[in-house]
Design a protein around this ligand. Sequence first.
Ligand SMILES: Cc1cc2nc3c(=O)[nH]c(=O)nc-3n(C[C@H](O)[C@H](O)[C@H](O)COP(=O)(O)OP(=O)(O)OC[C@H]3O[C@@H](n4cnc5c(N)ncnc54)[C@H](O)[C@@H]3O)c2cc1C
Ligand SMILES: Cc1ncc(C[n+]2csc(CCOP(=O)(O)OP(=O)(O)O)c2C)c(N)n1
Ligand SMILES: [Mg+2]
Length: 585
Amino acid sequence: MDTNANATAHLTTPTRLTGSEIVWATLVGEGVSTVFGYPGGAILPVYDALRKFPIHHVLVRHEQGASHMADGYARASGKVGVAIATSGPGATNLVTGIATAMLDSIPMVCITGNVSSKILGTDAFQEVDITGITLPVTKHNFLVNRAEDIAAAIRSAFQIATSGRPGPVLVDITKDAQQGSAIFDFAAAKPRPYRPHPMLRVEDDSLSQAAELIRNAKRPIIFVGHGVSESGAMEQVRTLAERAQIPVALTLLGLGAFPASHPLNLGMMGMHGECWVNDAIQDADLIIACGMRFDDRVTGTLATYAQKAKKIHIEVDPAEINKNVKVDVALIGDLREVLEQLLPRISGRDGSAWLKTIDASKGASAVRDIKNLPDSGHLYAAHVVHDLWRITGGNAIVVTDVGQHQMWEAQYFHHEHPRTLITSGGLGTMGFALPAAIGAKFACPDKEVWVIAGDGGFQMTAAELSTIVQENIKINIAVINNGFLGMVRQWQEFFYERNYESTPLISPDFVKLADAHGIPGVAVRTRAEVASAVEEARSAPGAFLLNFLVEKEESVYPMIPVGASLSEMIRRPGHDPLLESPEDQ
Ligand SMILES: Cc1cc2nc3c(=O)[nH]c(=O)nc-3n(C[C@H](O)[C@H](O)[C@H](O)COP(=O)(O)OP(=O)(O)OC[C@H]3O[C@@H](n4cnc5c(N)ncnc54)[C@H](O)[C@@H]3O)c2cc1C
Ligand SMILES: Cc1ncc(C[n+]2csc(CCOP(=O)(O)OP(=O)(O)O)c2C)c(N)n1
Ligand SMILES: [Mg+2]
């Protein structure tokens, strides 16, 4: 039997199928080729039907891994990631990954099985109310208990996940719905066209106001957030910046959406951003915020945030307008479309005086940098990240975990292209990196993919090493091993009198751990060894792990303490010899 031909025929000719077959047929119709999941009783009919459809199922080792893989797939490709799990513990294990996707607006569809509709609500074996549990962390969810409703629910889930502000959607399907049958009519199951919120209309007046603010500004800054890559507005943002000679500051999730090497790129803003960026924000007279949501890691205390600046906010979600920061002009809509409308009203400006002022302020601020320290036998995480950037030519997808190494990656790996930094920003989920990297590799099989994870976070989902081996995929893994839950230790050092309670970390020998999975690896103790180790990993035919034994008590500088103002950054103590040399920029 030619299963592929049958699967496609279902899409054009209404056919009676089981509910389980409808699940896969609908996914095929939505263009899905890979799903990440883990089977169990309540989803077994769906797994049984898989063999008839041209979809590759990646068997994960923990359902959290499935949701992070679907998320990483979505972040790397811009398409919807799909995760699948059974009822009860399978479904609850997905929740951390769903919340991670929700906080960062990632399009994802999760499919869970549930007990038969007749016994729903009876505390049946492995029954949980997963639609109730995920209500606050999904954009929408469905409980489906009839085979005839499955196709429409899944198709709506895809539309909701991708329209407006993207986000995760869960479809929970009872076992009797999977086992029942219905006429599968893919075209008829199409949801009504997405109708944007009535507020999603850009007023001509607002465009004129925005253009006038830009024309009259002396010290403007463009903010590049995650919405820039989500809307594919890289060109439009660049045109705006270049035409009006406006410098650009990026959020963590905006990194890559404006080239790091561009002369107008100032760098990252916020808690661990560059001092000169935060100083410029405090001094600016206009902020043009593009697809970013003024997260508290970005603003510090709101009481003193960018007080001198008028604010233009271009944002697809009306709920974000005036949520954290009051703005003067709101342009609500898809960023790319709004900028297309705004750009004809923008003419050339001379921005040189303001750019010079910012440039002059860099000298005193650039005291965080340690990449130029002589090789004194100490290995700093910054060295590792910076060397990785140089050796890969920046042409890799880097997937980080959460903690100090994540911030060093943001500071020392210079991203030129969107979707090349994959990181959990809003939820800050440890354990994200390894599974998300697997998802990214499936999305971009020809790209070089690097995991950068801490010794803590890596252990949270290290079981997915087996998935890498079973799927025979090439991922390079850099564990930044500082023997601590480093970011928490840093907070203890700065704010809790160095009371290192529960942050020193005993770990297994990661090289042996990888070896036990059939993945080769080496430990690296000095900077002199970094380059050859990285090359060894890159040229290995399969996955490879590097265990970087770095300085234990190094801290990420600069840092804005929680609740402090952007102007109150903690700088690296003692400037010499940590000054940055301009030629290494
Ligand atoms: C340890 C740690 C430290 C951190 N430190 C920093 C830091 O120093 N600096 C920093 O910047 N971040 C930092 N973060 C990340 C921070 O918590 C936020 O996740 C990040 O700032 C959010 O960036 P964003 O607003 O660009 O993206 P998101 O939170 O993803 O928001 C994107 C916005 O764009 C909108 N949008 C989406 N699509 C479109 C579209 N098509 N058109 C228009 N708008 C659209 C969305 O509605 C949303 O409002 C840190 C995180 C961790 C874990
Ligand atoms: C699931 C989860 N639990 C706890 C935290 C709080 N937390 C943030 S950073 C961090 C330490 C991370 O340690 P490690 O993975 O070793 O990275 P490092 O900071 O040392 O680079 C912790 C515990 C978190 N972000 N996520
Ligand atoms: Mg650590």
